[in-house]
Design a protein around this ligand. Structure first.
Ligand code: SAM
Length: 286
């Protein structure tokens, strides 16, 4: 597998001083940035509810800016949000979206590696979604980021518990998709159950036991957007899936995958349950 990964050289922004040898599982294509926007729209309300519960805003591993823009809306023009991501392409899109939504005066973005990024200011909160799962040592990174918080600051993260994904009834194509996604991410060296590990990661960062919640999306019928979301996730993962031997393009047939998933779900009157989003938040000592 090392050899396969070695041969596989996806385009990855490596100019920010990362020491992590693992290529990012989903890649940095335009299509992946569009998928992130689709994902952001689908789970927007779940993250907004989570951030409100946590008492929120900066966003880390900000992708194309969904969480930072949401935090920016919650804190309003009198607050300030800084979104950070290692991908310059994602940060460009996030900045453009901030300008389009009129938030660019208080919601800013920077390119950086979370293990080396060093802002010269103090923050009220450090928040992130679907990013700890990609870090080689999430507890150590969290501990470092807590160093940029004021006393009593909020730390809040929302991550997936992928193994809990299921459908009722169980169906062959959906089960295959779940297996391809989990195996690819796992074999690429990332954490598929970061949601479940959040209390351990908080403890490892020296934080108190977090308050937690769990929220999830489900879908059914012909009009649900979740078939496209699953197919686009696999499209982004396909180069890595091939590299780690989790699936082939011929098995996946990604161009027709959404329609086939839709057909299966409609025919079996399925309830498709996407991975739960587990939220955890705590305050640093005041
Ligand atoms: C699945 S995306 C989630 C983006 C965003 N948080 C959201 O929920 O829409 C994960 C993001 O984490 C970023 N990322 C992963 N490891 C990182 C690191 N070590 N430093 C900075 N960004 C990182 C990736 O570039 C990617 O944009």
């Amino acid at each position: 597998m090392d050899n396969l990964l070695g041969q596989y050289a996806p385009k990855i922004d490596r100019d920010q001083g990362t020491t992590d040898p693992r290529p990012y599982a989903l890649g940095y294509t335009e299509r992946e940035f569009q998928r992130l926007e689709l994902q952001g729209a689908l789970i927007h309300d779940l993250t907004e509810d989570f951030l409100r519960r946590a008492g929120i805003g900066p966003g880390i591993g900000c992708g194309v800016g969904d969480v930072s823009l949401l935090a920016g809306r919650l804190v309003g023009p009198s607050g300030r949000v800084l979104g950070v991501d290692r991908s310059a392409g994602a940060v460009d899109i996030a900045g453009r979206r901030a300008t389009e939504s009129g938030q660019c005066y208080w919601t800013r973005f920077a390119t950086g590696e979370l293990d080396t990024f060093s802002p010269d200011e103090t923050f009220d909160a450090v928040i992130g979604r679907l990013v700890l799962m990609y870090l080689p040592d999430p507890a150590a990174t969290l501990r470092r980021l807590v160093g940029f918080l004021r006393p009593g600051g909020i730390i809040a993260f929302q991550e997936m518990a992928m193994p809990v994904t299921r459908s009722f009834p169980e169906a062959p194509l959906f089960s295959k998709c779940r297996g391809w996604i989990i195996e690819t991410i796992e074999r690429a060296g990332f954490e598929v159950d970061m949601g479940g590990r959040l209390p351990m990661v908080f403890a490892g960062a020296g934080l108190p036991a977090p308050q937690m919640n769990c929220a999830g999306l489900a879908g059914s019928g012909p009009d649900s957007p979740i078939y496209d979301y699953i197919a686009e996730t696999l499209r982004s993962l396909l180069p890595m899936a091939k590299a780690v031997g989790a699936a082939t393009a011929a098995e996946m047939k990604v161009d027709t995958l959404a329609e086939r998933l839709r057909g299966e779900a409609v025919e079996q009157q399925m309830c498709v349950m996407l991975p739960p989003l587990v939220g955890a938040w705590a305050n640093t000592p005041g």
